[in-house]
Design a protein around this ligand. Structure first.
Ligand code: GLY
Ligand code: MN
Ligand code: MN
Length: 438
């Protein structure tokens, strides 16, 4: 499954449309990163660069210049190189970029220092991701310096540097039909990975073995990389929010929290499920689980166009706080506890985040100082949790070390929302039945 070429072309056209004449956008590709000795980390293209090109090679730069007669899109990329291609694989080269990626004009990346100052000369504004990459910031300064050095010959350097995010991130925040299909597929592959983990889980297994089961399912479905490091936390490890060691044995009687999502053609799934290692919740685990599930369902029921982003978070605070009071884990009234923030000992993160090409995707959460209303085409996670620290002596011992999070991916539709990750169970009886059936 891939996003089609005309989608990429349409995205460039849409961005060009928003740019005033006399401006240029400069978008660099990702570079290879060394892991050790002669080994590199798996290449992952920069999301914005891929969003605008579909081009999956390192060491490239895309330029967009509205109204340029010789062509509005220009790419610098690696030249074809027979020897390097024998070692490291195929390169499109400038010709391939024009022929197969619909770019108007392309040049070898080695020529960028010679050609870019001339393209910038006379432009008034540069859009780029200011401050995201020190090396690229320096390169921009270098190119501007090269133009200024030609001032007496009449060269004029752009005087405005503007963050590209304002234009591009708003586009990425609203998912097109093709992106929604991709995210549905990513959600489903991610969900089935979690089902496999539930089916194979047994006391005594290692956390990394559940991780392996999930990653195997992702890879078998064309997702060789997860969207983020997989979290498999047995028992109290679930209370460490970013636990990725995954090197402990799973104990009979404990819960295990798994936060894992695949990446499908650069789009992320992001799911958390928490289930009993031995297939049966004990009463305290069930009480906490049911409370988190109640909060998650209440938040999902709220997620529709016009509702403010923060309203969903406030709903989670309300439901979780009331539930913690009902269970005797917090004392006092709902209003007192919400004002005092008593829930923060148990629920220390927000309800979720935008989801897309990045797991924590781009897009502002506030606009002009106000929380932003949800709109059709946005995708967000809904992931409340309760984490009772092992050393929390303000609660009875039977509660300590329980950590539960339940996370789904939700697409805002015209009149509500669609859960993209619904194919992995989350009801207590469904989970217990699934685990008992193997
Ligand atoms: N898996 C990262 C997150 O849930 O935000
Ligand atoms: Mn998440
Ligand atoms: Mn997650």
């Amino acid at each position: 499954m891939k996003i089609s070429l005309d989608q990429f072309t349409a995205r460039r056209a849409q961005l060009l449309e928003k740019m005033p004449s006399g401006s240029i956008a400069i978008i660099p590709a990702a570079t290879m990163k060394q892991r050790n000795s002669d080994v590199e980390y798996a290449f992952r293209q920069d999301s914005s660069f891929y969003y605008l090109t579909g081009f999956n090679e390192p060491d490239a730069v895309l330029l967009l210049m509205p109204g340029r007669l010789a062509g509005e899109s220009v790419m610098f990329c690696r030249n074809r190189d027979k020897l390097m291609e024998i070692w490291n694989g195929y390169r499109a080269g400038p010709e391939g970029v024009v022929d197969r990626y619909g770019i108007d004009e392309a040049h070898p990346i080695e020529e960028i220092d010679d050609l870019l100052p001339a393209l910038l000369n006379g432009m008034s504004r540069i859009y780029y991701a200011i401050g995201k990459n020190d090396e690229f910031d320096r390169q921009i300064q270098h190119w501007l310096g090269a133009i200024r050095a030609q001032a007496r010959q009449g060269a004029v350097a752009p005087s405005e540097l503007v963050v590209l995010d304002q234009l591009l991130n708003e586009m990425r925040l609203i998912k097109s039909d093709a992106e929604q299909d991709m995210m549905r597929a990513a959600g489903d592959i991610s969900a089935q990975g979690h089902v496999k983990a539930m089916q194979c889980c047994k006391p005594g297994m290692m956390e990394y073995q559940l991780e392996a089961e999930i990653l195997h399912h992702f890879a078998m479905n064309g997702c060789r990389q997860p969207a983020y490091s997989t979290i498999v936390g047995g028992g109290a490890n679930a209370c460490v929010l970013h636990y990725i060691e995954n090197d402990q044995a799973l104990q009979d009687g404990d819960l295990v929290l798994i936060d894992a999502g695949c990446e499908l053609d650069h789009y992320a799934g992001d799911i958390t499920r928490t289930f009993p290692v031995n297939g049966c919740f004990n009463p305290e685990q069930k009480a906490i689980y049911q409370l988190v599930l109640k909060a998650q369902k209440a938040c999902i029921a709220l997620a529709k166009p016009g509702v403010l982003w923060d309203d969903v978070h406030q709903e989670s605070i309300k439901v979780l706080t009331q539930g913690l009071i009902d269970l005797g884990l917090l004392k006092g009234s709902l209003d007192e506890q919400i004002d005092a923030g008593g829930y923060r000992d148990f629920y220390m993160h927000r309800i979720g985040h935008w989801l897309g090409m990045d797991v924590h995707d781009v897009g502002d959460y506030k606009v002009d100082g106000e929380w932003r209303p949800l709109q059709p085409g946005m995708v967000m996670t809904v992931e409340p949790g309760i984490y009772i620290a092992i050393d929390n002596h303000s609660v009875d011992e039977c509660w300590r070390g329980i950590g539960v999070r339940i996370e789904d991916d939700v697409l805002i539709t015209d009149d509500g929302c669609e859960i993209l990750t619904a194919s992995v169970p989350k009801e207590v009886d469904e989970i217990e039945a699934l685990m008992a059936a193997v």
